[in-house]
Each structure stands twice: as structure tokens, then as C-alpha cells.
Design a protein around this ligand. Structure first.
Ligand code: ATP
Ligand code: MG
Length: 178
């Protein structure tokens, strides 16, 4: 629990087609833990896609990490109902965290993708963000952040792809991409 009453929580959006959105959010998690703040990381659309930072972060007392689905499937390969159900479960975790008033930072990793495809109940998300404690920061990552979301955010950073090794035929690598 944050006891600094002057702390001004933010709604932060990391979007764009370039690389660095999730890693920026995870960097924020590490930064917050460095000040003994509590962090909740909710990973949408990441089930089965193991990434190096997951075990490190979830081993920390200050961090809870939730992966919402079991299988390594792309959003496109799941039914609309499955995607909608996952989005709802993610918002349930956010809602519980807001009620518990424990976490200084909540990261909704890749939620922007589900939101842009219409699987997230935006009015509920908007209500939850407005009801959160004023000291709580929420980061929403993923490509294609909607105008509505960017409109209500305090900070929007777009990572622009100028060059990516993928175009030179270098595929995803351990420690760099996951
Ligand atoms: P990271 O997790 O490395 O911070 P990210 O969150 O910005 O990346 P996502 O849109 O979530 O990127 O994409 C996830 C994966 O796709 C990562 O492995 C990343 O390296 C890769 N990726 C990101 N941008 C591009 C791109 N422009 N072209 C091809 N692959 C990309
Ligand atoms: Mg990402």
C-alpha cells in the first residue's frame, strides 16, 4: 500500500508497432519494486508464450503476475467468445485489485490489442480506471491503442518501428524478444 498521499497515479499507454512496449512496462515494474511498491501484472494473450522476465518478476514478494490463458495461441486463432471471456477475466483482476487498494502499479499487458478488436468492455474499463485510488498507476500496453483510450490516458507513448531485425530475416530470440 502506498502511504505517500501526494503520489499522483497515472493512466499510461504504451502503443505503436515498434518493439519495446512490454519491456518498458516491465521496467516500470522493477522501478516500482525498487521502492517497495506492490505491482500486479496481468498478461493478456500471452498464455504459453514464456518470457524471461516472468519468473524473475513473479518470484518477488511485491509482484503478482497473472497469465490469463493456458495455451500459446494467437488472438486470431481463438474464438471471439474466448477472447471476450479472457478480457472479462482480466478486468475482474483489475477490479479486485482496485477494491483491495494494495497495488501501486497495475500492468495490463497487451490489453490494447484485445481492446482494438472489440473484445474489451470499454465502458467497464473506463469506469474501473476512474474508480481506482488516486495513487494507483495503470499501464496498458499493446499495438493499436484506441483513440478513446488515448483520450482518457495521462500519458501515451507510441513506439514507432523504424527498423526491426525481423525484416532482415532474424527471428525472435531468447533474452531479446522473449
Ligand atoms: P517487447 O516485448 O520486446 O517489449 P513489444 O511489447 O513492443 O515488444 P509486441 O507488439 O507485444 O511488442 O510484440 C511482441 C513480439 O513481437 C516481441 O517479440 C517483439 O520483438 C516482436 N516485435 C515487436 N515489434 C515488431 C516489429 N515491428 N516487427 C516484428 N516483430 C516485432
Ligand atoms: Mg508486448
Amino acid at each position: 500500500m502506498n502511504d505517500d498521499k501526494l503520489h499522483h497515479g497515472l493512466v499510461m499507454v504504451y502503443t505503436g508497432n515498434g518493439k519495446g512496449k512490454t519491456t518498458a512496462a516491465m521496467g516500470m515494474a522493477v522501478r516500482a519494486v525498487g521502492w517497495k511498491q506492490k505491482v500486479l501484472i496481468i498478461q493478456f494473450a500471452k498464455g504459453g508464450w514464456k518470457s524471461g522476465e516472468q519468473d524473475v518478476l513473479s518470484s518477488l514478494d511485491e509482484v503478482s503476475l497473472v497469465t490469463l490463458e493456458e495455451d500459446a495461441t494467437w488472438i486470431e486463432d481463438r474464438s471471439d467468445d474466448e477472447n471476450r471471456a479472457e478480457a472479462t477475466r482480466g478486468l475482474d483482476f483489475l477490479e479486485n485489485s482496485i477494491s483491495a487498494k494494495e497495488c501501486n502499479l497495475v500492468i495490463l499487458d497487451e490489453i490494447n490489442v484485445l481492446l482494438s478488436k472489440g473484445f474489451v468492455d470499454f465502458s467497464r474499463l473506463k469506469r474501473l480506471l476512474s474508480e481506482r485510488p488516486e495513487w494507483m498507476t495503470v499501464i496498458l500496453t499493446g499495438r493499436g491503442a484506441t483513440e478513446e483510450l488515448c483520450g482518457l490516458a495521462d500519458l501515451v507513448s507510441e513506439v514507432i518501428e523504424i527498423k526491426h531485425p525481423f525484416q532482415a530475416g532474424i527471428s525472435a530470440q531468447k533474452g531479446i524478444d522473449f
